[in-house]
Design a protein around this ligand. Sequence first.
Ligand code: SF4
Ligand code: SF4
Length: 300
Amino acid sequence: SAKPADMAADVWDRIKDHPCYSEEAHHYFARMHVAVAPACNIQCNYCNRKYDCANESRPGVVSEKLTPDQAMRKVVTVANEVPQLSVLGIAGPGDACYDWTKSKSTFDAISQQIPDIKLCISTNGLALPDRVDDLARMNVDHVTITINMVDPEIGAQIYPWIYYNKRRYEGIEAARILHERQMLGLEMLTARGILTKINSVMIPGINDQHLLEVNKWVKERGAFLHNVMPLISDPAHGTHFGLTGQRGPTPMELKELQDALEGGAKLMRHCRQCRADAVGLLGEDRGQEFTLDQLPETIT
Ligand code: SF4
Ligand code: SF4
């Protein structure tokens, strides 16, 4: 496929085989997620911790948690069987930047075995500024930050608490800290030339109109893509929002917002809200073929 006329050649080089960053590439290149990040440092009202991080995945899905060594064996096995594999991501089931030892040793081990695989991570952003130097050193080329607000008053309706610097913060104070850390992390990544995708969960009546403002802020700070995802609020999965009767947007409302955002930070429209252990092309999930019990004991 051809480089869009308005894109720099070096940027094109880095996205052309990433199925999430390039709409073209998603037909030809595969990604896989390894679920090595169990814990999280914030609480989102749309999340139920028993399941995968809803920032990147559909709620109500449980991925098989792996140790860094198991993850490495899984990636090598998949790489041998899925020739289109180009990207390895850590997207949960909790926050990939919080328990850093696990994410970091996973990336280190995998890039030793498969030096040309692209590394990608997703995070709520709270711990991100502390990880940027490591991410740059490990050649992590793509980072997804979930940013649902730039106004702490709105944030307080989405995040009941955060855990930061060994203590718990609540309400507007919590949302303000999270907001400042997200903006700082985004600016630091942009300064280092790392490509960023911003995920926003569209929550009708709470942040739907506000996401226009979010789009402006992230564009000004160099975000490469903005991906608006619908809230999937299912009382059966016990999320706080589900219990309060908060609904998700209709497909029409989602499309209207996406249309209103055209012209701001570039929009992603082909996200599939993959599981934290997804394997394969977008829209196909071969994760069940590569569960732990099917992996070889050692890598030769
Ligand atoms: Fe859940 Fe992810 Fe939010 Fe943490 S960041 S509470 S895992 S949705
Ligand atoms: Fe790509 Fe969206 Fe799937 Fe993440 S959740 S791997 S951005 S399609």
